[in-house]
Design a binder for this molecule. Sequence first.
Ligand code: GLP
Length: 241
Amino acid sequence: MNIIVCDNYSELSKTAAGIVAEAISGKKTCLGLATGSTPEGMYDCLAELYESGKCDFSGVVTFNLDEYYPISPDHPQSYRYYMNRRLFNRVNINKSNTHIPFGLAPDPELECAEYERQIAGAGGIDLQVLGVGANGHIGFNEPGDELMPLTHLTELSKSTIKANSRFFETVDEMPKKAITMGIKTILTSRRIVVLVSGAVKHEALKKLFEGKITASWPITFLNLHNDVTLICDRGAYNGTS
Ligand code: GLP
């Protein structure tokens, strides 16, 4: 694993954007994208790079890791809304090349199977950007006794509901389920870049560095992949804020 420790969040964001910009430059690229607060700075940097003519999204196809369920794509807390606002509306990407699980799919199982089919049809993911939950989740693969390999509908854990309900007006408004890529979907990406910021994520990083694999800490499954770049700030790396 290639580990890059940045002095602060802004350096982390710039470093991540540089890697993505280089990966997409001049070629057709299939990008896996993440939401949450961690990649926000990276998306700002990518929009700036695009404005200054330093990156081009015209040949880019994207697949997001996950989406709440049920949620309307127009809901301000949906990941579709997030991606449009933070990246897609700011760069020259063809929106029909952007994929996010449909939060109102009438048949979620079918939606999940179709999502897998679309990823395979696009030739697989070249570069997957990943964040991590404080409880070690990747995408919405929550800690538990078992993990699912492929895209599936999942119940969110109590700790994730607590952590993410801050974005909703009330806890009741927050969906309790999500559609997420599975562990195998993520690990099948050719390259993975993980962004980790803040002391609250230190425990998850510690588990990753221990090198063992356990469903109690889904992030540890990244130890199975041979092309992972971890970009973290000092808070996450040292556990101090
Ligand atoms: C969210 C997303 C994850 C994200 C994680 C961390 O709920 N489903 O893909 O990586 O939780 O979020 P944050 O970056 O806000 O800490």
